[in-house]
Design a protein around this ligand. Structure first.
Ligand code: DQA
Length: 143
C-alpha cells in the first residue's frame, strides 16, 4: 500500500516556527520519521508540502491514481478552505487529518475544521507522533 502525506502552508517552517507550539523538529525530521515508520509497516509513503491552496488540491486529486490513502495537515486552510474540503470529498480514499498542536486549547478560530466532516478521522495535539499514528491506522485499517 502507498500513502501520501500532505502538509499545507507554513509547515515548511517547522522547527523554526513558534517552537513552543509546534516543537523543534523540522519538516525533514518529520519526513525521516515517516519513512522509517513506513519501512516498519511495510508500506510506501511519499510526502509533499505546499503553501499554495491550488497545489494542495492538485495533489489530493492526483492521489486517486497514486495512493491508497492520504494524511493531511492543511494548516490554517483547515479552518476556512471549502475548496480543500471539496477536493477531499471528491476522492474515494481514506483521509486522516492531523494537527501537531492541540487546536482546541488555542484561539477560537482554530476550534472548527471545515474538512473534518469529509475525513475518516482527526488526530490533534500529539506532535509529530500524530502522523505516525495516522500512517499506522491507514496501513493496518480495513480500507
Ligand atoms: C496546525 C494548526 C492550524 O491552526 C495552524 O494554522 C497550522 C498548523 C497544526 O498542525 O497544529 O498551520 O494545523
Amino acid at each position: 500500500k502507498r500513502f501520501i502525506v500532505i502538509n499545507g502552508p507554513n509547515l515548511n517552517r517547522l522547527g523554526k516556527r513558534e517552537p513552543s507550539v509546534y516543537g523543534h523538529e523540522t519538516l525533514g525530521d518529520l519526513e525521516a520519521l515517516l519513512t522509517k515508520t513506513a519501512i516498519d509497516l511495510e508500506v510506501e509513503v511519499s510526502c509533499m508540502q505546499s503553501n499554495h491552496e491550488g497545489e494542495l488540491i492538485d495533489c489530493i486529486h492526483r492521489s486517486v491514481d497514486e495512493a491508497d490513502g492520504i494524511i493531511i495537515n492543511p494548516g490554517a486552510f483547515t479552518h476556512y478552505s471549502y475548496a480543500i474540503r471539496d477536493a477531499i470529498a471528491s476522492v474515494d480514499l481514506p483521509v486522516i487529518e492531523v494537527h501537531i498542536s492541540n487546536v482546541h486549547r488555542r484561539e477560537a478560530f482554530r476550534h472548527h475544521s471545515v474538512v473534518s466532516p469529509v475525513t475518516k478521522g482527526q488526530i490533534v495535539g500529539l506532535g509529530l507522533y500524530g502522523y505516525v499514528l495516522a500512517l499506522t491506522a491507514l496501513a493496518k485499517g480495513e480500507e
